[in-house]
Design a protein around this ligand. Sequence first.
Ligand code: ADP
Length: 297
Amino acid sequence: MELRISNLSKTYGNGVVALDNISLTIPTGMFGLLGPNGAGKSTLMRTLATLQECDSGSVFLDDIDVLDEKDEVRRLLGYLPQDFGVYPKVTAYELLDHFAVLKGLSNRNRRREVVDGLLQQTNLFDVRNQRLGGFSGGMRQRFGIAQALLGDPKLIIVDEPTAGLDPQERVRFHNLLSDIGEDKTVILSTHIVSDVADLCANMAIINKGHLLLCGPTQELIHEVSDKIWARFIDKRDLQSFQLRHPVISSRLLSGRTLIHVYSETDPGDGFEEAIGDLEDVYFATIAGRHSAAATCD
Ligand code: ADP
């Protein structure tokens, strides 16, 4: 299914412009929505999930008017919110079974089949009779996906799902999402660049309510690949490098400070050509150094 967002805007009562005229089209498969904290991601996710009103604009899921035909959208939607709370005293099986009843699965045998299937798919079948209060962060997120998949949704929205997961749990969660993403539209909202790099064929970057960049992930990476230059510096010299060069990132690597600059030509000064990756796309875009030819509206 294709999700077409046109000129979507939202200003909160306190005057914060959370979405400023956002237009983008999201195709089937995994789509990454990347931006720093406060960018407007959750506002956009909640609007698409029919949980919040916007001020203006339109959203269509194929020919369904998302902002108007909310019940219709909810039938096709699975949503894992940023702060997915669980009831600590009930077991995974009991809560998923309860959600299944709420989704309208009234036939007991059919419901057992669906619930067992989802617990297996999310690798929670062996712990289905344990209370959710004892689950790790990763198990809880997988349970969140299991509930989001009830009713065989065509559009799945997951908001900041891997924050707080350890590396092993993240890999597990990524594998689960990529299996789902094959025949559904999955929107993954995150501030973690590697989540998008690992999973999403298409993506967008938003900041301060603005859409800054959008397109196929590999194309966006290709566009910066020959514009990134790197060198190690003494960290006391960072400011002077920032004054002389368009520095987009600085980070520690094995205890040394590595900086990247964005430049169409060789900046000299001891820099060497680096192969730009999605982190470079992200930092160059957020820093206002880079905009891309690829679009998706
Ligand atoms: P993100 O998910 O990218 O962190 P949000 O959509 O949560 O961004 O927030 C976007 C901006 O809107 C932030 O500046 C945030 O403080 C503000 N904001 C979010 N929710 C509300 C609200 N209910 N009332 C007022 N301001 C809000």
